[in-house]
Design a protein around this ligand. Sequence first.
Ligand code: HEC
Ligand code: HEC
Length: 286
Amino acid sequence: MFQSRKTILLAALSVAVLPVLAQDNKRLLERGTYLMNGIVACGNCHVQRDKGKPIVERGLSGGMVFDEEPFKAYAPNITPDPETGIGRWTDAQLARAIREGIRPDGTVIGPPMPMAFYRDLSDDDLAAIVAYLRAQPALKNVVPKSDYRMKLPPNYGPPITAKVTAPSPKDAVKYGAYLAGPLGHCLECHTPWVKGVPDMKRIGAGGNPFKGPWGVAVSRNLTPHESGLKGWSDAEIARATQTGVRKDGSPLNPPMAYAWYKNISADDMKALTAYLRSLKPLPFGG
Ligand code: HEC
Ligand code: HEC
């Protein structure tokens, strides 16, 4: 008698819980799709290109090469293909690789994957990114192994065990910092590097060179200084970020992910701008 009541109770519970889980998964996938097609833009590195143009039908199957001193790195296939992608990794393994830079076999993911920034991704946004990756078509593509002529760190910090939450979007400046840091890593490119590491005392001051088929593009000063965004309107900042057009109307060069950033919501763009305007004004290069 007691036993069967418990069984009925359990059955009733699982019926009630299942739709909640399905809804949660739908919410995560929606959030993941918004992030991945917008501010997070993993595809800017993990989608192969042809003469600078992303080959959309190859999805996130990788192959792009980053040939810079001291490494020649290849962006791997991060589609769910079990042989050549991440199909055999569990959600937890995939999440750890993205946020902590450690693969299931214990090896460390090297640059230019922006590990210093992804460490602060919230649990929820990380789960959303994983849900998105799982929902992509599995594509076969064997990518060569990266060659690092430098010592990679043993890890990027201790294992993350505490809960990580994102700041509330109600606080535009704080949420904008989360957008420009962990989600969009704008500040990785726009903060001057010392030995390949952003010098956070000169946050946003620009000056890093990016070589490519376009020649050399140098990241600009995003602080509210005369040499930065002081004289720019909010609309001009949004146009540059989301369509790759400068204040004077001329086109900006890669590698900024304009094609993805065009999908950043108006509210998120406002928060990003509020945050950039809150930075300490610094001369170009800091
Ligand atoms: C600036 C370029 C860049 C960005 C942006 C980037 N990655 Fe990577 N990623 C790389 C490179 C290069 C590697 C390979 C590094 C190595 O060989 O150690 C890599 C490695 C990985 C790996 C390990 C795969 C394997 O099989 O070893 C995963 C998983 C991954 N990236 C997921 C992501 C996700 C998810 C995002 C967005 C949240 C992202 N990456 C953003 C360049 C990038
Ligand atoms: C992969 C590196 C990279 C990332 C990530 C990146 N940028 Fe840029 N950004 C650049 C480079 C390089 C330029 C200059 C391009 C040129 O001069 O042709 C630039 C130019 C700009 C400009 C134009 C400024 C001017 O003075 O002309 C703005 C605004 C800007 N970025 C904002 C952002 C924001 C906001 C983000 C994050 C959402 C971001 N960037 C992410 C590399 C990057």
